[in-house]
Design a protein around this ligand. Sequence first.
Ligand code: TXA
Ligand code: MG
Length: 350
Amino acid sequence: MDTEIIKIDEQNIDMSLIKKAGQIIKTGGLVAFPTETVYGLGGDALNPKSSKRIYTAKGRPSDNPLIVHISKWESLKEIVEDIPFSAKALADKFWPGPLTMIMKKSSKVPMETTGGLDTVAVRMPVNKIALALIEAAGGYVAAPSANLSGRPSPTSVKYVIEDMANRIDVIIDGGDANIGLESTIVDLTENPPLILRPGYITESQLETVLNGVKVDRGILGEDSNIKPKAPGMKYRHYAPKGSLTIVSGSSENVIDYIISHTEEHVKQGQKVGIIGTDENLKRYSADSIKSVGSVKDEEKIAHRLYNILREFDDENVDIIFSESFEEGELGTAIMNRLLKAAGYQIVQLD
Ligand code: TXA
Ligand code: MG
């Protein structure tokens, strides 16, 4: 299949192009589009055939449900059984934006879209191209991240093209995603609501609206017997091709460990990459050294992380060492993705 790539400027949207792309989704086609978090791979959420096509294009297991993207609050009534009061309160504060809510689905949403579950994940993105496209496509766009299953989510169109060319109908080039990590997922069918995937909207931000919120223990990776509730979180995801190890501990110990282990691998003829913060970068020597930004700038780290993992793939790096980042606000989401990318390979020093 030939994939058409169309460029759209978020600040000056060409509505005729949006209409055309919307029509393609309405007739069962697939369109990749930018959102503020990562690029999405969109199909008609109410058409089971479209959802099946999404799974095929991504090479994704079909028990892993899709997020339904909407462009206005009113759309929720069609796809959700009883809208909980907390959903309205969260939407007032965080929609449009990087928050996905899980609720009981209505019969309009096919099981193909929800991976057989009786709940549905819904998000209203803030990106203007995304909102216009959803509207033009009939109001309900199922969209996982636009990567092949198991690869890091694409934050630049370059990587969408790399993974999806010739597999889908259209790719909209709308520039880079600003946030760089997928949305926070909160399950409102649990009491108290449960965070199934940490993201840009943090636990403490959710607490300002909800009467208590918990984090799914299955995503912390502390105990491999506890299964995450979001089916997608159980897969080794976001994985670079090289073997990634996270090194945690005091700054000096981490630097020493990375330097000595890099030397060892280089001696064995392997190509080594390092992910470090600006503060430590000069200390390292390796084939490829990448800065995620300052240790004080979590937004930048979130924004850079997936692209760095993809860049290492482009450079065919065999071994990757990464510094560890402090958990807390956005740091929780950063470490969640990094740990998954590393298959939970972490060296804890001191
Ligand atoms: O930021 C985002 O959320 C991006 C952009 C494109 O909007 N989308 C995204 O979709 O990250 P995806 O498919 O890559 O991740 C969706 C996650 C998966 O882990 C999936 O298992 C979980 O959401 N999920 C979806 N529906 C669910 C449900 N009903 N119950 C539990 N988990 C669900
Ligand atoms: Mg994904």
